[in-house]
Design a binder for this molecule. Structure first.
Ligand SMILES: Nc1ncnc2c1ncn2[C@@H]1O[C@H](COP(=O)(O)OP(=O)(O)OP(=O)(O)O)[C@@H](O)[C@H]1O
Ligand SMILES: [Mg+2]
Length: 159
């Protein structure tokens, strides 16, 4: 049985700590087939964390915020096999028809890493995440980050 706690709190005094956490998470094999949901106000660091994670996973070149396109996709080589990554930002997601038309249903059904900003804007469509990350901005501009696991895979990501 997986004994990893289901909730963990981190403190990121500066962006360096966000980058360091992204780097350590990138080494976790359970990311291969995982859904991460990122919560937090505008400017709390969801895209910044995602950029550090994608860079640590080997994505090179510019990592665009998917605010307008809703999704940006990537493919990297990890351990000799391809890893597919989808970075969603549902801030502007409104039309349920888009879920089918844009192929989001198929993306969530395909093995790979899915990272979602503003997941509650697509509530009712999104499957249960493996790991939720809530970013809170403190008065000193540091971040308090609460990680919650919702599956065995999510617990393994917290280990
Ligand atoms: N500890 C920290 N962790 C992450 N980002 C930080 C931290 N401290 C400062 N920042 C800064 O906060 C900003 C976060 O912006 P970012 O675009 O990542 O936010 P976001 O949560 O994706 O916002 P949006 O909801 O608009 O998409 C960046 O400029 C980043 O450099
Ligand atoms: Mg963002």
């Amino acid at each position: 049985m997986n004994q990893t706690p289901i909730v963990k709190t981190l403190h990121w005094p500066h962006e360096d700590a966000c980058q360091a956490y992204a780097l350590s998470l990138s080494a976790n094999v359970h990311l291969r087939h995982a859904q991460l949901c990122l919560h937090g106000d505008l400017g709390s660091g969801k895209t910044t964390f995602t950029r550090h994670l994608l860079q640590a996973l080997g994505v090179s070149g510019r990592i665009k915020s998917p605010t307008y396109a809703v999704v940006e996709s990537y493919e990297v080589e990890r351990g000799g096999t391809p890893l597919f990554i989808w970075h969603f930002d549902f801030y502007r997601f409104k039309d349920p028809q888009e879920w089918e038309d844009a192929g989001f249903r198929d993306m969530f059904a395909t093995p790979g890493l899915k990272i979602c900003e503003w997941p509650y804007k697509a509530a009712g469509f999104l499957p249960q995440p493996d790991l939720e990350m809530a970013l809170q901005v403190n008065a000193d501009d540091s971040r308090t980050v609460t990680l919650s696991a919702h599956s065995d895979n999510g617990r393994s990501l917290l280990a």
